[in-house]
Design a protein around this ligand. Structure first.
Ligand SMILES: [Zn+2]
Ligand SMILES: [Zn+2]
Length: 255
């Protein structure tokens, strides 16, 4: 059994065949799907998926760093209101993104820290987007860590040294299709790490693994990620599946 800890299956790219996407994933042993929020524009579609696939799809609540714009205070307020209404699997995705627009970096920090406070308050994990900002996100977590705070550095793309800091904080790293990209360097990093702090994700519809790189990603392709990790770690596919699924279950046990 596998768990896709990060997939945007509510995305409009899946409007035509969402049911089939879930079925194909189920045929590949993917039993759980964790849906990160982006901003207010996706919440309805995300919650609808949870209704349509009860016990399989789990919604998070948060504001993506790339959605931290002029209206970010309103967006944060809306997310905060949702958190008072019902339980969510995690806060996210939140974090810092230095790849795209750098205009709102101070606001990205503000929004990130506020969302970490929510994770502490509701005792749920925080799912961190750290594009070109791994060390900066680690530093924020170090500053705000308490005995309850945990979460995932989703789409981890850092160094061994950064991975060890994340592990020391008790956090997990989400590994997806990027590990199958030859020049990503991620396979060499994972080779040097135990699987104790690793969970699987697709980030579908993005970051499609080889051999489908460039096409739409979907949760059934998690198997290519598992195969690659097994190859790199010289382990059996079943072992990789078992360890990473246990990690995900442990982390999301609050559900
Ligand atoms: Zn992300
Ligand atoms: Zn994402």
């Amino acid at each position: 059994m596998l768990i896709d800890t990060h997939c945007h299956l509510y995305h409009e790219d899946f409007n035509e065949d969402r049911q089939k996407v879930i079925e194909r994933a189920a045929n590949e042993q993917v039993a759980g799907f964790y849906l990160p929020a982006i901003d207010s524009t996706v919440i309805d579609a995300m919650l609808q998926m949870e209704k349509d696939f009860p016990g399989r799809c789990f919604a998070m609540m948060g504001l993506h760093p790339c959605s931290v714009k002029e209206n970010y205070i309103d967006e944060l307020q809306l997310a905060e209101q949702w958190l008072t209404k019902r339980k969510f699997a995690a806060i996210g995705e939140t974090g810092l993104d230095f790849h795209w627009d750098k205009t709102f970096i101070p606001q990205q920090y503000e929004a990130f820290k506020k969302q970490i406070e929510w994770a502490k308050q509701y005792k749920i994990p925080v799912v961190i987007h750290s594009r070109q900002s791994t060390q900066e996100c680690i530093d924020v977590i170090k500053e705000m860590k308490d005995e309850n705070l945990n979460g995932i550095f989703h789409c981890f793309g850092g160094s061994v040294e950064e991975a060890l800091q994340i592990t020391a904080l008790g956090f997990y790293m989400g590994i997806g299709g990027v590990i199958t990209y030859k020049n990503s360097g991620l396979a060499a990093v994972i080779e040097k790490l135990p699987l104790d702090n690793i969970v699987l994700e697709t980030d579908a519809p993005y970051l499609t693994p080889v051999p489908f790189r460039g096409k739409r990603n979907e949760s059934a392709y998690l198997k290519y990620v598992v195969q690659k990790i097994a190859e790199v770690k010289k382990m059996r596919v079943e072992q990789v599946a078992e360890i990473t699924t246990l990690n995900a279950q442990k982390l999301f046990s609050s559900i």
